[in-house]
Design a protein around this ligand. Structure first.
Ligand code: HMG
Length: 392
């Protein structure tokens, strides 16, 4: 029995910062951001979108009523959750009307949480082949104004429906993982912005990739030439390329070119959104399959997940026969086209407001037509979520 990704949906907020404008404002050469880092735009979450509403919006896009009845596992991977105790996935379950006969939880390990959820879901479906599992990665990445990490901020969520006989990507049962307690990136409990040792985090990302890719090759006997494309967790789009380049010499020149061309297709969405932490690897996968018309069913895709702190995992899957039928690339083109550009002053003002969230009795609204759900404010210390302009 094959198990894997049957449906995939994404949501990102409807406002962004142009990174050339940000570079000029910060007195930095724009080429550093667009070429050196590889980012063009950065999504900015308004106060009315948090990890829960973004997760619900990503999942609402793909789930049918039959899916909602069949789902018996909901996992939210997030590192920017809104409660120290209660799983954000419980709100998502209620908002979307997913069956109460479901196991519902949240997983945290930096950007790796959604991958942990996906592996959990894969084993769950192996034991319960008629069930379906919903795995979502949802995050807001914040490093702070005028920091070196600022250009790598972003916001968004990716939802995966995991099932037997998947129609998009069948996952191999094997995977290779490595973990070690390191201080490359972390976020103390009393902070909404991350602490990061940027250069060290880059090194750790690459080192972990080399270790898990080698381990995976030893476990499976696959050569680099067996992979049509490799997708990476993308904290910024240059990062995955740096890792890919470390192994490219394992294959011939033509395949090296092909892997790099596929890689570019996998970065198109991240370039316009930024780092969405837990969902980022799956955003790269969605960008690849929505934009790369040279891919064919049966091709093997490698996936590298990295969460600071740190855990790395490499796994792979094969594209399924009618995977194109499961996609809606126009939806995302429209989503990008309908975003509003914030001035740097507007972005900075919003950013500062986000650092003092949770104001009691604040009444938030939304005008985002792609957001069926939004965060409406806090009453009696309880978070309120509402259906928005395009209710499902
Ligand atoms: P920085 O010090 O501002 O940048 O930090 P830099 O000086 O290293 O320059 C970056 C690149 O731009 C370099 O290229 C420069 O040469 C180039 P590289 O050598 O890397 O190929 N450059 C230029 N290119 C063209 N024209 C120019 C120009 N000037 C310079 N004029 C850094 C960059 C990414 C470290 C910083 O933004 C940061 O700390 N970001 C956050 C941390 C991060 O993203 N780490 C990635 C790995 S860890 C990870 O992925 C986990 C994470 O997602 C968190 C989680 O797991 O939850 C972050």
């Amino acid at each position: 029995m094959e198990i894997g990704i049957d449906k995939i949906g994404m949501y990102t907020p409807n406002q962004y910062v142009d990174l050339v404008e940000l570079a000029i404002h910060r007195k930095i050469d724009p080429d550093k951001f667009t070429i050196g880092i590889g980012q063009d735009k950065m999504a900015v979450a308004p106060l009315s979108q948090d990890t829960i509403s973004m997760a619900a919006n990503a999942a609402a896009q793909i789930l049918s009523d039959a899916d909602k009845a069949a789902i018996d596992l909901v996992i939210l991977g997030t590192e920017s959750g809104v409660d120290n105790s209660k799983a954000g996935a419980l709100y998502v379950q209620r908002l979307l009307g997913i069956s109460n006969k479901a196991r519902v939880l949240e997983i945290k390990e930096a950007c790796y949480g959604a991958t942990a959820g996906l592996q959990f879901a894969k084993l769950h479906i192996a034991q319960n082949p008629k069930a379906k599992a919903l795995v979502i990665g949802s995050d807001i990445a914040r490093y702070g104004l005028d920091t070196s990490g600022e250009v790598t901020q972003g916001a968004g969520a990716v939802a995966l429906l995991v099932a037997a006989n998947p129609r998009i990507l069948a996952l191999d049962m094997r995977s290779a993982y490595y973990s070690s307690e390191i201080n490359d990136f972390w976020r103390p409990l009393d902070q909404l912005i991350a602490e990061v040792d940027g250069k060290y985090s880059n090194e750790a990302y690459i080192k972990f990739f080399q270790m898990v890719f080698e381990d995976y090759q030893q476990q499976t006997g696959y050569q680099l030439s067996d992979f049509a494309a490799m997708v990476f967790h993308l904290p910024y789009t240059k990062m995955g390329l740096k890792a890919l380049r470390k192994v490219l010499d394992q294959t011939d020149a033509a395949h090296q070119d092909s892997l790099q061309q596929h890689y570019q297709q996998s970065t198109l969405y991240s370039r316009r959104i930024g780092n969405i932490y837990t969902g980022s690897l799956y955003l790269a996968f969605l960008s690849l399959i929505n934009n790369d018309m040279t891919l064919q069913p049966g091709m093997r895709i490698g996936l590298y997940s990295y969460g600071s702190g740190a855990v790395g995992e490499f796994f792979s899957g094969t594209l399924q026969g009618n995977y194109l039928d499961m996609l809606d690339p126009m939806h995302y083109l429209e989503m990008f086209e309908n975003r509003t550009k914030l001035s740097i002053a507007e972005y900075e003002a919003q950013f500062k407001k986000q650092l003092t969230p949770g104001i009691e009795a604040q009444k938030l609204i939304t005008t985002d037509l792609n957001a069926p759900y939004y965060f409406a404010g806090i009453q009696a210390k309880q978070r309120q979520y509402k259906a928005g302009a395009k209710s499902v």
